[in-house]
Every structure is written in structure tokens, then in C-alpha cells.
Design a binder for this molecule. Structure first.
Ligand SMILES: [Fe+2]
Length: 422
């Protein structure tokens, strides 16, 4: 360990973070109060408008279309309808569209549902396409006769697939918004000047989901703010996404590569590995009422991670970036994990080739250069969900440079930019 880098890392943390007590560090309790959701005029077009009026209803749509990418050659289109319906996507290289895709499972076209998810495959990386969604409400579903309502749909809009390996890429990353859509809008404006390819919500953005409607209202604000109708968003679970009565339905609003909450994808020269560390306390903690099983979950995740780091996509990538809500290395917390469970003992070895890890969760923004807290790679932790701690990150990469900027609500960099060149 280099002493000067250790001192530099600790100095950054100590100057920017309120001191943590041992209790804060060992058993983090991040049940911060949730700010009232600001009602957004989220179902109209436009960018970053905040209003206290209720959302203007769009006939037929409960949630207008938003994109989640699965790879540079595939795109998931999601939307929700007020009535059960059969839905599909029309798409093509021009506004004339021309192709049609729907979803089917076990030989049955997906129908009579309100949550719609259609995957477009066989696309070209870094390429513009156009799409619209359409659906027919199902008013009566009998064995031999189905009655449809009138067809409805959205207007054609353009989207671009994730950049290919020789193209540069830029992403914006939010964390720990805790349902605070006003805070999100302020952070989003900080990134207004940035032309980004996709966005990442790195956990605890849908905190303690209790029911569908508040989650959809928050989702509408986020997807509208990052224009997810024409550039994809990735939603990661944090520990607060696993709490609350709606936590088990939340994945229906998301599309994850491989249909797992941990996944990897390539964008430009970067291999992104997005991990899900589950809850921040043991499974048998009294807070969880015996209803969580992250021990088994992480064991499976570890097996998947072994395959991922052995894959050609990971090994040959120019840059490898880890994104996960709960940090694996976090000041004194790393020391407390000397008795790591088997899954966590194997991860440092598996991940040692990473160039950078991006996390949240602690609500204390911090930058740990490599090898300052036992971390083999640099670790950056975003702040939130208070106005004096919130951050938005902008990650840019091309074949020669990986650069991360961490910005506060005023657009000021809270650390010197992280930069690695080759
Ligand atoms: Fe968290």
C-alpha cells in the first residue's frame, strides 16, 4: 500500500464526510425519511419540467414507453396500460417504421396484461432506430372470443442502441434518490450539457416501494427526466428496493440483461458489471421478518460472476467498471468485513482486474484510490439524498481514457475527476 495514496484517499473522505461512528459503519441504518414525491407533469413530452399539478393523463397509458437496453444489439421497450391489453412495438430505421414485434411466452402472445415488455433483437450497435408502441385493450376474454377496444399507441420517436466497442460512450449515474423527484430534477439539470448514451439508477431510488401507483409516479419522473423514451435507462436494486409490500412486483417494471438483478453489458469500450449485494444486514435480522434469502441469492450471483469475469467480453474489454449500490470497500467497513462470508471472500479475487467501482448507499460521498482501504481498484461512492450531499456522476470512456466526474447540485466537482489513460 502506498502511504501517500492512502493519506490522499483518507483526506478526501475526511474533508467531505461527517465523521461516522462505529455503529454507523458496522450496522448502517439508512432509513432516511422519504421526501414527499413531487407530482410531475410526467406524461407529457418535454424535459425537466417540475410542477405541483397532477400528471396529465394520456388516454390508455398508465406509464408511457421507456427503454432499457439489454445489449448493444437489443432493446427492451416497456410501458403500462390502464386496462389489460395486447401490445406490440412497431420499429424501423426511419419514422416509417416497417417492422413489428410483440412478446410471447410458451407459444402464447403476451396479452390481457397491463405491464408490457417487448424486446427488439438483431439491432446494430450505435445506430438510430425509430419506434412506437401500440396496444388494443381487451374488454372481454373468453375461451373462443376476445373483444378488443380501439387500438391506441404512441407517436414514433427515435432511439439509439448502445455504442459498439470502437465508439466512445457517456453515461450519467444517479444513486440514493429515495423517491425524491425534486432532487432528481435538480441533479438532472446539472447534466443538461452532457450528451449521454444511457443512464443508470444505482439503487435506493425507489425506496421502500409500498404500492404500484407511487412507484409509477416516481418512475414517470425518472424516465421523463433522462428521456428514457429515446435513450435507455438501467435500474439497479439497492437494499431499499427490496423492502416494502411492492418489492416483489418491482422487477416487472424493469428489464435486466439475463432477467437477473445482477448483469453485465458492453457499451463502447467499457464492460459494465452491475452487481446486487442485497440487504445490508444478515438474512435473519429482525427487520426482515424472515422473508429474505440473500444468502442463496449471493451464492448464485457468485457462480454467475465467475463466468462473467472469465468471459471474452470481460477479459478483452478496454475498461471494466463495476456498479453496485452497497460498496464492497468502504473505509472502516472494509475492516469490519474481515469475517466475510464465503461469497464475499471470493469476490475481491474475481474482481481484481476492475478499473473502477461506483457505489452509493452510505450517503457519504467518498473517493478511495486503489489500495487505500483494502480495495484493489479505485472506489467512488456517490452521496444523497439530501441537497448538501447529493451527487450525479458522469462517466465517459473511449479507447484511451476512462473519466468519472462527481458533481454536486451546483455542478461543482466534489473530487478531482478520476481519470485513467492507456
Ligand atoms: Fe442503500
Amino acid at each position: 500500500m502506498k502511504l501517500n495514496s492512502l493519506i490522499a484517499g483518507l483526506a478526501v473522505v475526511l474533508t467531505l464526510a461527517a465523521p461516522l461512528t462505529a455503529a454507523d459503519v458496522l450496522i448502517p441504518d439508512l432509513n432516511s425519511p422519504v421526501t414527499d414525491v413531487v407530482a410531475l407533469n410526467a406524461l407529457t413530452t418535454g424535459v425537466s419540467e417540475v410542477t405541483t399539478n397532477p400528471p396529465a393523463p394520456v388516454p390508455g397509458f398508465l406509464q408511457t414507453p421507456y427503454l432499457q437496453s439489454l445489449s448493444p444489439t437489443s432493446m427492451a421497450v416497456l410501458w403500462q396500460t390502464r386496462e389489460p391489453a395486447y401490445g406490440w412495438v412497431e420499429f424501423g430505421p426511419t419514422p416509417a417504421l416497417g417492422a413489428k414485434q410483440d412478446a410471447s411466452v410458451h407459444g402464447l402472445r403476451t396479452a390481457n396484461v397491463t405491464e408490457h415488455r417487448v424486446v427488439l433483437d438483431g439491432l446494430r450497435p450505435g445506430t438510430n432506430y425509430w419506434y412506437r408502441v401500440a396496444f388494443k385493450p381487451i374488454r372481454k376474454f373468453q375461451a373462443y372470443k376476445v373483444e378488443f377496444g380501439p387500438e391506441q399507441g404512441s407517436a414514433p420517436v427515435a432511439f439509439q442502441t448502445l455504442p459498439g466497442p470502437r465508439q466512445p460512450m457517456t453515461t450519467v449515474i444517479f444513486n440514493d434518490l429515495h423517491n425524491d423527484t425534486m432532487l432528481f430534477q435538480q441533479l438532472r439539470r446539472v447534466a443538461d450539457e452532457t450528451r449521454f448514451d444511457f443512464s443508470v439508477f444505482n439503487g435506493d431510488c425507489f425506496a421502500d416501494p409500498a404500492a404500484a401507483q407511487p412507484v409509477l409516479t416516481t418512475m414517470a419522473a425518472y424516465t421523463k427526466g433522462v428521456q428514457a423514451d429515446h435513450r435507455p435507462a438501467f435500474f439497479l436494486r439497492g437494499n431499499h428496493e427490496t423492502r416494502g409490500a411492492y418489492a416483489r412486483q418491482l422487477p416487472a417494471l424493469m428489464a435486466w440483461p439475463g432477467d437477473r438483478p445482477y448483469f453485465a453489458f458492453s457499451a463502447g469500450p467499457v464492460r459494465f458489471v452491475l452487481l446486487d449485494l442485497g440487504e445490508d444486514k444478515p438474512d435473519d435480522h429482525s427487520e426482515y421478518s424472515g422473508l429474505i434469502d440473500f444468502t442463496r441469492f449471493r451464492r448464485k450471483e457468485t457462480e454467475w460472476l465467475k463466468h462473467e469475469v472469465a468471459s471474452r467480453e470481460y477479459r478483452k474489454a478496454t475498461w471494466r467498471v463495476l456498479v453496485h449500490h452497497i460498496p464492497l470497500y468502504w473505509g472502516q467497513f472494509a475492516v469490519a468485513l474481515t469475517n466475510r462470508p464465503p461469497w464475499q471472500q471470493s469476490w475481491p479475487g474475481l474482481l481484481k482486474q476492475a478499473d473502477l467501482a461506483i457505489s452509493g448507499h452510505t450517503h457519504v460521498r467518498a473517493f478511495y484510490p486503489a489500495r487505500t482501504v483494502g480495495n484493489p481498484y479505485p472506489v467512488v461512492i456517490g452521496g444523497g439524498p439530501k441537497t448538501n450531499t447529493a451527487t450525479v456522476m458522469i462517466l465517459e470512456a473511449d479507447a484511451r481514457r476512462l473519466k468519472l466526474r462527481v458533481l454536486d447540485l451546483n455542478g461543482k466537482e466534489v473530487f478531482p475527476a478520476f481519470e485513467k489513460t492507456r
